[in-house]
Design a binder for this molecule. Structure first.
Ligand SMILES: O=C(O)c1ccccc1NCC(=O)[C@H](O)[C@H](O)COP(=O)(O)O
Length: 737
């Protein structure tokens, strides 16, 4: 039967051995219809029969004339068109109204040079989307002739690696707590005409990236959107790091390969145009090529079809009806309600809200509906500065580099990023603003309602100020796959504890052990395979161990949180207020003072800085020194910083000293420490001061210091320590100043 049907078409094109040609060529062409394939194998016969019927009817209505001189290439195109007719029928069964090709005959383009064709209902598109698709069909078949698939595949051998489109969306959503932005580089559209006359795709892309877009969408259709693949290539070549979506009307797998050669990291598949099997097949190709596929739906039926397909990671809900141009953002909400939303959550699909998003309220509305990303064109591309358009649309800067604004929190000078330890013991990235005596802590990625305010007059004593200061630290830095060598056992890091996909918190943890594994190299990308067992210092797993990967580890940044000038002024203001109060009250409170004149020894640096008698100070040297005299203090707060002791003594007794605070057992409620000075005179002066019955030295919680021993040189640390301290001590652990 099959051969009969083939022969039946031959006379019309006068190609002698069409059946042979058809077979070889069809295997290429049929790749697209291969997906009609297996479940419909028996349907092959009917493909052929349908072909005959289609052509006979053409003859009847006279709309098509095919010249007997047409070459066999034309014949092949006709065959392709015939197969397409069968696809139309499948598509129609799935509720797809968009016809891939004009039903009453091959498009005009396929007809020989001297033929004509009357316009009729069957070869006139019913709406703009259909027109675009018909046009695309012709465009693609011409392009395919110029760049066969084999040549595209060859080009891919040397293509740069694909960027992680889905990962970029997830990361941005996690970072900001807002929907990740796919910013569209779009000059014109059928519904809105030209959006921007002075259209420079690279400049716009750069502004978007600077403005904090997670990914970019680049229109490549020339006829209806004035876009181009050249724009895509230029943007990729201009050093833009955001992953790129090739915004194209894809009807043929060839286009996916083509998009990849032009620098795309993701492609769009429109459910209104593509039958399920095409989506399935094309998604698989994307996976092979490493591309992400954004599958776009507009109504419930399309959503249900797509939810039924395995392996879909990204679904776009277009608020624009591409047949009528009507835009309604409540469409997003409607499609995410009830069971559909539930399935999406279960499958962990990222939903992208597309089109018609113009205001912060629109963004909030679709976020509330459940989207984790948005695709925005018109409202930002039309702005003089599209990057600023982004902060206007989101009501805050999404940028990773510009931290000077964030919601309503502003700062006159650029604010360095700090981490802040909140009451849950987790560390958060924050921005600070100081107005009069009030410091606002704004959690990056959280709405204003989470802001915290502190007043410089709120602190009761210096200990409280110090405690507050210790809640800040310079922002820790995410380690890259190539940087695992920086981690060593015993190191304290900031590690993310994963509560759920979108809820993770950073807690301090100590690296307990490391298992090194060979790194994986894939298309130039290095993947760290090592694992790190950490011992959690805080959080729900405190005290227990967990094996984590490099992506969950941030390296602590050394230095003081006071590099942030806003925090520094606030702390200064708070201390000045207390200073005033302490002068009036007559008793001494723990104090901090300028570090000027106080030598700071970093115990771990093994003898830089201070020198007591010509030799560098190390734990070992200190034990051996003749001129080291100790005072042992008991009843110290466990978190007392040695620096505080040194500063306090320097301020009140004008003595340079060193202080050590011993580690303590969890069961102990206080700890002990030593103050070391380098002369008998100093020891005496210090002792007089500390034992002076006219005052009491106590910590912020009211715990008074207790001087248990004062000794001249004849003791070593070992002798001064309790058994538990000796057991626990490791010179590197002693906090020393
Ligand atoms: O925008 C059109 O007129 C259009 C017509 C036919 C097919 C697709 C069309 N637009 C593609 C899009 O969906 C939008 O470019 C995209 O979602 C951004 O929308 P917007 O923010 O409203 O520019």
């Amino acid at each position: 039967m099959e051969s009969t049907s083939i022969r039946a078409t031959t006379p019309r094109v006068s190609v002698p051995d069409i059946s042979t040609l058809k077979c070889t060529q069809r295997s290429l062409m049929i790749r697209r219809s291969m997906n009609l394939g297996s479940p419909l194998k028996t349907g092959r016969k009917s493909i052929a029969l349908r072909c005959i019927r289609a052509q006979q009817s053409e003859l009847k209505d006279g709309s098509v004339t095919i010249s007997p001189e047409s070459d066999y290439k034309n014949a092949l195109k006709i065959k392709e068109w015939e197969v397409g007719r069968f696809q139309e029928e499948i598509a129609a069964n799935q509720g797809i109204r968009i016809r891939r090709r004009p039903p009453t005959g091959p498009p005009l383009h396929y007809v020989g040079p001297f033929e004509f064709r009357l316009q009729n209902e069957g070869n006139t598109p019913r709406n703009i989307l259909e027109e675009i698709v018909w046009n695309k069909d012709m465009e693609v078949s011409q392009l395919k002739e110029r760049r066969p698939l084999s040549s595209l595949k060859k080009a891919l051998d040397n293509a740069p690696p694909v960027r992680d489109f889905v990962g970029a969306l997830r990361k941005s959503h996690l970072r900001t707590g807002l929907p990740a932005l796919i910013a569209e580089v779009k000059k014109a559209s059928p519904s809105r005409g030209v959006l921007r006359e002075d259209f420079d795709p690279v400049k716009i892309a750069q502004a978007y990236e600077k403005g904090g877009a997670a990914c970019l969408s680049v229109l490549t259709d020339e006829k209806y959107f004035q876009g181009s693949f050249e724009n895509l290539e230029k943007i990729r070549g201009a050093g833009i790091e955001c992953p790129l979506l090739c915004k194209e009307f894809i009807i043929d797998a060839w286009q996916i390969y083509y998009a990849r050669t032009k620098g795309a990291d993701a492609i769009l598949l429109i459910a209104a145009v593509l039958p399920d099997l095409d989506i399935q097949y094309m998604t698989k190709i994307c996976k092979i090529l490493g591309l992400a596929a954004l599958v776009e739906v507009h109504d419930e039926r399309e959503m249900d079809r797509v939810l039924g397909i395995d392996g879909i990671e990204l679904i776009g809900i277009n608020n624009r009806n591409l047949e009528t141009f009507e835009v309604d953002i409540s469409n997003t909400k409607q499609l995410l309600e009830g069971e559909r939303g539930e399935i999406i959550r279960q499958k962990d699909i990222i939903v992208v809200g597309e089109s018609g998003l113009f205001t912060p309220d629109d963004i909030a509305y679709v976020q509330e509906a459940g989207v984790k990303a948005v695709l925005v064109g018109e409202s930002i591309v039309k702005q003089n500065d599209p990057g600023k358009g982004i902060s206007g649309l989101f009501e805050m800067s999404l940028s990773t580099t510009d931290h000077s604004t964030g919601g309503n929190v502003t700062s006159d000078s650029p604010t360095p990023i700090l981490d802040f330890r909140s009451t849950d013991d987790a560390w958060y990235t924050i921005l600070l603003a100081l107005e009069n005596e009030t410091l606002t802590v704004k959690y990056v990625g959280f709405s204003e309602e989470y802001n915290e305010e502190y007043n410089a007059g709120d602190f009761k004593n210096l200990k409280q100020v110090e405690f507050f200061e210790e809640k800040f630290r310079p922002a820790s830095v995410q380690l890259q796959d190539t940087e695992c060598w920086m981690l060593v056992t015993g190191m304290t890091v900031s590690a993310s504890y994963v509560y759920s996909e979108f809820d993770l918190k950073f807690y301090n943890a100590v690296i307990d052990s490391i298992t090194y594994k060979a790194h994986k190299f894939d298309e130039g990308e290095e993947e760290c395979r090592c694992s790190f067992v950490v011992s959690w210092l805080h959080g729900p797993m405190v005290g227990s161990k967990e094996s984590i990967r490099i992506e969950h580890i941030c390296k602590l940044t050394s230095g003081s949180a006071q590099i942030d000038p806003t925090l520094a002024s606030f702390l200064k203001m708070s201390r000045e207020k207390l200073e005033l109060a302490s002068h009036n009250s007559g008793f001494i409170v723990e104090d901090d003072c300028s570090l000027e004149g106080v030598a700071v020894i970093d115990w771990k640096k093994n003898g830089q800085d201070i020198d007591m008698g010509g030799k560098p100070i190390t734990a070992e040297n200190l034990r051996e020194k003749d001129n080291c005299h100790f005072i042992l203090i008991d009843n110290l707060e466990k978190d007392l910083a040695p620096r505080t002791i040194v500063n306090f003594i320097h301020k009140h007794v004008s003595i340079k000293s060193q202080a050590y605070v011993f580690p303590s057992l969890l069961s102990e409620t206080y700890t002990r420490g030593i103050i070391v000075v380098d002369s008998k005179e100093k020891l005496q002066k210090l002792s007089d001061f500390l034992r002076n019955p006219a005052h009491l030295i106590m910590s912020s919680s009211g715990r008074p210091w207790v001087m248990t021993e004062e000794k001249l040189k004849d003791r070593t640390f070992g002798n001064l320590m309790s058994r538990s301290e000796k057991y626990m001590i490791n010179p590197d652990w002693i906090q020393a100043i």
